[in-house]
Design a protein around this ligand. Structure first.
Ligand code: BG6
Ligand code: MG
Length: 209
Protein backbone atom coordinates (compact mmCIF):
# COMPACT_ATOMS: atom_id res chain seq x y z
CA UNK A 1 0.00 0.00 0.00
CA UNK A 2 1.51 3.32 -1.08
CA UNK A 3 -1.33 5.76 -0.50
CA UNK A 4 -4.52 6.50 1.41
CA UNK A 5 -7.31 8.52 -0.23
CA UNK A 6 -9.74 10.04 2.25
CA UNK A 7 -13.29 11.16 1.73
CA UNK A 8 -13.74 14.52 3.53
CA UNK A 9 -17.29 15.05 4.88
CA UNK A 10 -17.96 12.50 7.63
CA UNK A 11 -14.42 11.07 7.54
CA UNK A 12 -11.87 13.85 8.15
CA UNK A 13 -14.45 16.18 9.72
CA UNK A 14 -18.07 16.23 10.80
CA UNK A 15 -19.37 18.63 8.16
CA UNK A 16 -21.98 15.95 7.35
CA UNK A 17 -24.05 17.37 10.24
CA UNK A 18 -23.91 20.84 8.60
CA UNK A 19 -25.13 19.34 5.32
CA UNK A 20 -28.02 17.86 7.32
CA UNK A 21 -28.87 21.21 8.97
CA UNK A 22 -28.78 23.11 5.69
CA UNK A 23 -30.92 20.58 3.79
CA UNK A 24 -33.37 20.47 6.71
CA UNK A 25 -33.89 24.21 6.42
CA UNK A 26 -34.60 23.91 2.68
CA UNK A 27 -36.87 20.88 3.24
CA UNK A 28 -38.95 22.76 5.83
CA UNK A 29 -39.20 25.77 3.55
CA UNK A 30 -40.59 23.76 0.61
CA UNK A 31 -42.48 21.42 2.95
CA UNK A 32 -40.95 18.09 2.03
CA UNK A 33 -40.13 15.41 4.58
CA UNK A 34 -36.47 15.05 5.57
CA UNK A 35 -34.91 12.61 8.01
CA UNK A 36 -31.63 10.82 8.77
CA UNK A 37 -32.40 8.04 6.28
CA UNK A 38 -32.83 10.57 3.45
CA UNK A 39 -29.71 12.39 4.63
CA UNK A 40 -27.69 9.16 4.54
CA UNK A 41 -28.63 8.65 0.89
CA UNK A 42 -27.13 12.10 0.18
CA UNK A 43 -23.72 11.16 1.60
CA UNK A 44 -21.03 11.24 -1.06
CA UNK A 45 -23.26 12.38 -3.92
CA UNK A 46 -23.12 15.83 -5.53
CA UNK A 47 -25.13 18.86 -4.39
CA UNK A 48 -27.59 18.56 -7.29
CA UNK A 49 -27.97 14.78 -6.88
CA UNK A 50 -28.67 15.42 -3.16
CA UNK A 51 -31.39 17.92 -4.10
CA UNK A 52 -32.96 15.36 -6.46
CA UNK A 53 -33.11 12.91 -3.54
CA UNK A 54 -34.80 15.57 -1.38
CA UNK A 55 -37.32 16.40 -4.11
CA UNK A 56 -38.43 12.75 -4.35
CA UNK A 57 -40.60 13.69 -1.36
CA UNK A 58 -42.16 16.76 -3.05
CA UNK A 59 -45.75 16.84 -4.25
CA UNK A 60 -45.00 18.99 -7.29
CA UNK A 61 -42.21 19.22 -9.83
CA UNK A 62 -39.54 21.93 -9.77
CA UNK A 63 -38.10 23.68 -12.83
CA UNK A 64 -34.35 23.67 -13.53
CA UNK A 65 -34.19 27.34 -12.47
CA UNK A 66 -35.98 26.59 -9.18
CA UNK A 67 -33.60 23.69 -8.55
CA UNK A 68 -30.54 25.88 -9.19
CA UNK A 69 -31.93 28.46 -6.74
CA UNK A 70 -32.63 25.84 -4.05
CA UNK A 71 -29.16 24.28 -4.41
CA UNK A 72 -27.56 27.70 -4.21
CA UNK A 73 -29.58 28.64 -1.13
CA UNK A 74 -28.68 25.37 0.55
CA UNK A 75 -25.02 26.06 -0.15
CA UNK A 76 -25.35 29.57 1.32
CA UNK A 77 -26.68 28.13 4.60
CA UNK A 78 -24.00 25.42 4.57
CA UNK A 79 -21.16 27.86 3.78
CA UNK A 80 -22.22 30.10 6.70
CA UNK A 81 -21.90 27.07 9.02
CA UNK A 82 -18.46 26.29 7.53
CA UNK A 83 -17.38 29.87 8.27
CA UNK A 84 -17.58 29.05 11.98
CA UNK A 85 -15.13 26.15 11.68
CA UNK A 86 -11.54 26.31 12.93
CA UNK A 87 -8.59 23.92 13.42
CA UNK A 88 -10.24 22.83 16.69
CA UNK A 89 -12.83 21.01 14.54
CA UNK A 90 -10.15 18.50 13.55
CA UNK A 91 -10.29 15.77 16.21
CA UNK A 92 -7.12 14.66 18.00
CA UNK A 93 -7.77 11.15 16.70
CA UNK A 94 -7.86 12.26 13.05
CA UNK A 95 -4.87 14.62 13.43
CA UNK A 96 -2.71 12.00 15.19
CA UNK A 97 -3.66 9.24 12.75
CA UNK A 98 -2.87 11.43 9.71
CA UNK A 99 0.50 12.35 11.22
CA UNK A 100 1.33 8.71 11.94
CA UNK A 101 0.40 7.64 8.38
CA UNK A 102 2.60 10.41 7.02
CA UNK A 103 5.45 9.26 9.30
CA UNK A 104 5.10 5.77 7.85
CA UNK A 105 5.80 7.24 4.41
CA UNK A 106 2.33 6.91 2.85
CA UNK A 107 1.05 9.38 0.28
CA UNK A 108 -2.15 11.01 1.55
CA UNK A 109 -4.93 12.47 -0.60
CA UNK A 110 -8.49 13.74 -0.48
CA UNK A 111 -11.21 12.34 -2.77
CA UNK A 112 -14.41 14.29 -2.10
CA UNK A 113 -17.48 15.21 -4.16
CA UNK A 114 -17.65 18.57 -2.39
CA UNK A 115 -17.04 21.84 -4.17
CA UNK A 116 -16.31 23.30 -0.72
CA UNK A 117 -13.32 21.01 -0.11
CA UNK A 118 -10.60 23.66 -0.29
CA UNK A 119 -12.54 26.01 1.98
CA UNK A 120 -12.99 23.24 4.58
CA UNK A 121 -9.34 22.17 4.43
CA UNK A 122 -8.38 25.82 4.97
CA UNK A 123 -10.65 26.11 8.01
CA UNK A 124 -9.13 22.93 9.50
CA UNK A 125 -5.58 24.16 8.93
CA UNK A 126 -4.96 21.37 6.39
CA UNK A 127 -4.54 23.43 3.19
CA UNK A 128 -0.96 22.26 2.63
CA UNK A 129 -1.14 18.87 4.30
CA UNK A 130 -2.31 16.48 1.56
CA UNK A 131 -0.21 15.32 -1.39
CA UNK A 132 -3.24 15.61 -3.70
CA UNK A 133 -6.75 17.01 -3.48
CA UNK A 134 -9.36 15.68 -5.90
CA UNK A 135 -12.80 17.20 -5.33
CA UNK A 136 -16.11 18.37 -6.77
CA UNK A 137 -14.31 21.05 -8.79
CA UNK A 138 -12.29 18.60 -10.92
CA UNK A 139 -14.87 15.94 -11.74
CA UNK A 140 -17.86 15.62 -14.03
CA UNK A 141 -19.46 12.58 -12.34
CA UNK A 142 -19.83 12.25 -8.58
CA UNK A 143 -19.72 9.07 -6.46
CA UNK A 144 -20.76 6.25 -6.94
CA UNK A 145 -18.74 6.94 -10.11
CA UNK A 146 -15.04 6.31 -9.34
CA UNK A 147 -13.83 9.46 -11.18
CA UNK A 148 -12.88 11.45 -8.05
CA UNK A 149 -10.70 8.61 -6.69
CA UNK A 150 -9.16 7.81 -10.10
CA UNK A 151 -8.20 11.49 -10.45
CA UNK A 152 -6.63 11.42 -6.97
CA UNK A 153 -4.60 8.31 -7.90
CA UNK A 154 -3.52 10.00 -11.13
CA UNK A 155 -2.37 13.08 -9.19
CA UNK A 156 -0.37 10.82 -6.87
CA UNK A 157 0.99 8.84 -9.85
CA UNK A 158 -0.06 5.53 -8.37
CA UNK A 159 -2.44 2.78 -9.51
CA UNK A 160 -5.74 2.01 -7.72
CA UNK A 161 -4.23 -1.28 -6.49
CA UNK A 162 -1.69 0.73 -4.47
CA UNK A 163 -4.24 2.84 -2.59
CA UNK A 164 -6.81 2.45 0.14
CA UNK A 165 -9.97 4.60 0.05
CA UNK A 166 -11.51 5.67 3.39
CA UNK A 167 -15.25 6.38 3.29
CA UNK A 168 -18.38 6.91 5.39
CA UNK A 169 -20.86 6.59 2.51
CA UNK A 170 -22.39 3.70 0.60
CA UNK A 171 -21.86 5.66 -2.65
CA UNK A 172 -18.18 6.06 -1.74
CA UNK A 173 -17.64 2.34 -1.16
CA UNK A 174 -19.33 1.61 -4.49
CA UNK A 175 -17.08 4.19 -6.17
CA UNK A 176 -13.93 2.73 -4.63
CA UNK A 177 -14.91 -0.76 -5.73
CA UNK A 178 -15.76 0.39 -9.27
CA UNK A 179 -12.34 2.06 -9.52
CA UNK A 180 -10.45 -1.03 -8.36
CA UNK A 181 -9.50 0.36 -4.93
CA UNK A 182 -9.62 -1.44 -1.60
CA UNK A 183 -11.81 0.43 0.88
CA UNK A 184 -12.09 1.07 4.61
CA UNK A 185 -15.60 1.96 5.78
CA UNK A 186 -16.73 3.97 8.79
CA UNK A 187 -20.30 4.23 10.08
CA UNK A 188 -22.85 3.04 7.53
CA UNK A 189 -20.02 2.39 5.04
CA UNK A 190 -18.72 -0.30 7.41
CA UNK A 191 -21.79 -2.44 6.74
CA UNK A 192 -21.81 -2.15 2.94
CA UNK A 193 -21.46 -5.52 1.17
CA UNK A 194 -18.60 -4.23 -1.03
CA UNK A 195 -16.45 -2.79 1.77
CA UNK A 196 -12.99 -4.36 2.08
CA UNK A 197 -12.24 -3.37 5.69
CA UNK A 198 -15.03 -2.34 8.09
CA UNK A 199 -13.64 0.08 10.70
CA UNK A 200 -15.04 0.95 14.13
CA UNK A 201 -12.73 3.97 14.58
CA UNK A 202 -10.70 6.21 12.30
CA UNK A 203 -7.50 5.30 14.16
CA UNK A 204 -8.08 1.60 13.31
CA UNK A 205 -6.58 2.54 9.95
CA UNK A 206 -3.17 2.22 11.57
CA UNK A 207 -3.75 -1.53 11.83
CA UNK A 208 -4.38 -1.79 8.06
CA UNK A 209 -1.38 -0.08 6.52
C1 BG6 B 1 -20.06 15.17 -0.17
C2 BG6 B 1 -21.15 15.04 0.85
O1 BG6 B 1 -18.81 15.09 0.44
O2 BG6 B 1 -20.17 16.41 -0.86
C3 BG6 B 1 -22.50 15.21 0.19
O3 BG6 B 1 -21.08 13.78 1.48
C4 BG6 B 1 -22.54 16.55 -0.55
O4 BG6 B 1 -23.50 15.15 1.17
C5 BG6 B 1 -21.40 16.61 -1.55
O5 BG6 B 1 -23.78 16.69 -1.24
C6 BG6 B 1 -21.33 17.95 -2.30
O6 BG6 B 1 -20.99 18.95 -1.40
P1 BG6 B 1 -20.93 20.49 -1.73
O7 BG6 B 1 -20.09 21.06 -0.60
O8 BG6 B 1 -20.27 20.65 -3.05
O9 BG6 B 1 -22.33 20.99 -1.74
MG1 MG C 1 -18.52 11.37 3.35
Amino acid sequence: MKAVIFDLDGVICFTDRYHYKAWKEIADEIRVPFDEATNNRMRGVSRMASLEILLEGADRSFSATEKEALAERKNGIYAALLDEMSPSDLSDEVRDTLRELRKRGLLLAIGSSSRNTKKILGKLGLSDFFDAVSDGTNITRSKPDPEVFLKAAEMLRISPKEALVVEDAAAGIEAANAGGFASAGLGEAAVQPLVTHPLAHFSDLLQLV
